[in-house]
Design a binder for this molecule. Structure first.
Ligand code: ATP
Ligand code: MN
Length: 480
């Protein structure tokens, strides 16, 4: 029976001493056959287990190695050593699972993030990934808590879909047809998907938005929070092939309401982790400062991670239009000195991540919400502005990340929507169900998508998105 166990976090965080306790966890280090640093994942801190000399058989002592899983029964006492308030004086130790010290890949030393990515099945057991994934958990919890408090309904949109929300996303196909050339064909030689499992061509979803809109036209305020998939060949530090997205959708909501909600939402979930993950954030902030010391002075960030988060929750995001952003970028010394890879010359171009980062990191030095983009570079469902050129889109750009949120007010006018779909060659028949929302009781509505991993990156300060999801999927990689 394991239920006498208490979590190490509870033992360490309380000032209580002189009671007996049972803890279980994984050995981080064992010094002088006397001091075990034990971690059970409940906190970044290890409890110091003190083994009296002669207490254990030589054979048991040898089995207490880095990575081994042990059960300790002992007395919690005020610590005699420095670095911890309490320690556990063992009365008995049982090895639950041995770990061959010669073979265990995690040695008690600093490993590179790249190496740890190769052993992602074990990296949960490091300080850095322990902190990252406890924070990831907190953010997920805070997201549900925020929407629940505001009366939003959590809808589960499908993972397998026959539609492509953007009309252009690169998707993973879902099929049970054979790949050996024997799949049923049409007269013209193309694959006959009528014979496939769903009787039509299907894919993994790139977004739950369109289905979210249907639910918003009944519940008012809804959100989805689920996995999305993009077969884009983007080998960047900000793209995954499988990532999680939060997509709220609100009836009776315009672009400004949408921005207000998004800003309040981001601040809420950051504040939540600042309150509930102090230790992990302090650890990651410290870690980042060490890393920054390797960089030349000019490239170091002005704020620590903790300062950056505090700054973001305590200051308004900058809000400017796409047109204003283009003017700022075009007139910037950076552009004039040709320091951008893609120079800004004319209105209408899509912003590259270097431009987004210039705006947030160099120019405004805070998160920026960009609005009213040219319609040519945005999706068909975005509400057309009266100028005939722009749509009511909004992207939120974050320091160090670039785009973190993409959203818009949706086009609720049936004629305008179908006209735009035709211009963009999006088949209206296939999305007839979607158009029904515009036929039966349409209303102004808006929503956005927040990339969960980009948010986790922002809060943890991790440079690579592959290090904030347990088992990252990206081109040529789907291990574990
Ligand atoms: P980007 O230009 O950075 O590729 P996008 O314009 O394709 O982003 P959207 O389609 O608006 O992004 O998706 C909404 C949000 O989902 C983005 O703001 C971002 O936070 C996140 N996101 C998009 N693509 C990815 C990806 N491949 N991996 C992780 N997160 C992503
Ligand atoms: Mn993209």
């Amino acid at each position: 029976m394991f239920n006498t166990r208490i979590k190490i976090k509870e033992v360490i965080q309380s000032d209580r001493v002189d009671y007996s306790a049972t803890v279980m966890g994984w050995v981080r280090t064992f010094r002088n056959n006397q001091f075990i640093a034990l971690n059970d994942g409940s906190t970044n801190q290890n409890i110091q287990v003190v083994v009296a000399l002669g207490m254990l058989e030589e054979t048991t002592l040898k089995r207490i190695t880095t990575g081994a899983c042990i059960k300790v029964v002992g007395e919690v006492i005020a610590s005699l050593g420095k670095g911890q308030k309490v320690e556990l004086k063992a009365t008995s130790i049982e090895v639950l699972g041995d770990s061959d010290a010669e073979k265990f890949p995690l040695q008690p030393k600093k490993h590179s993030l790249e190496f740890l990515r190769e052993i992602a099945h074990l990296r949960f057991r490091t300080n850095t990934f322990g902190a990252v994934f406890r924070i990831r958990h907190s953010l997920a919890f805070a997201i549900h808590s925020f929407f629940n408090q505001k009366g939003f309904v959590y809808v589960h949109t499908p993972i397998i879909t026959a539609s492509d929300a953007e009309g252009a996303g690169e998707m993973f196909r879902v099929t049970t047809l054979p790949l050996d050339g024997s799949a049923p064909k049409n007269d013209d030689g193309s694959i006959n998907f009528k014979e496939d499992f769903f009787g039509k061509s299907t894919n993994l979803t790139v977004s739950g938005q369109l289905e979210g809109e249907l639910a918003a036209m009944a519940f008012g305020d809804v959100y989805t929070f689920g996995p999305t998939f993009r077969a884009e060949n983007s080998n960047t530090t900000r793209h995954l092939a499988e990532f999680w997205m939060i997509e709220p959708e609100m009836a009776f909501c315009d672009l400004e309401d949408n921005m207000n909600l998004a800003e309040a939402f981001i601040k809420y979930i950051i504040r939540y982790t600042m309150e509930h993950n102090q230790e992990d954030l302090a650890f990651l902030s410290q870690r980042l400062e060490e890393e920054e010391k390797q960089k030349p002075q000019s490239e170091r960030s002005e704020m620590s991670l903790l300062e950056k988060l505090a700054f973001v929750v305590n200051n308004d995001f900058e809000r400017i239009t796409y047109t204003e952003a283009i003017d700022i970028l075009r007139e910037s010394n950076h552009n004039k000195k040709k320091k951008f890879q893609y120079l800004i010359d004319k209105w209408g171009i899509d912003l590259q991540s270097e431009h987004e980062r210039y705006l947030v990191e160099k120019h405004f030095k805070k998160p920026v919400i960009l609005t009213n983009y040219p319609k040519e570079i945005k999706a068909f469902y975005m509400r057309q502005n009266d100028d005939g050129k722009t749509v009511a889109a909004m992207d939120i750009l974050a320091p160090g990340i670039g785009e973190i949120v993409g959203g818009s007010q949706r086009e609720e006018r049936l004629d305008k929507l179908t006209e735009r779909m035709k211009e963009m060659h999006i088949p209206t028949e296939e999305l007839d169900w979607y158009l029904d929302t515009r036929r039966f009781g349409a209303c102004p509505h808006a929503g956005f998508g927040l990339g969960f991993e980009r948010m986790v990156q922002f809060v943890t300060g991790m440079g690579n998105i592959r290090d904030v999801i347990p088992f990252p999927r990206y081109p040529k990689s789907a291990s574990f």
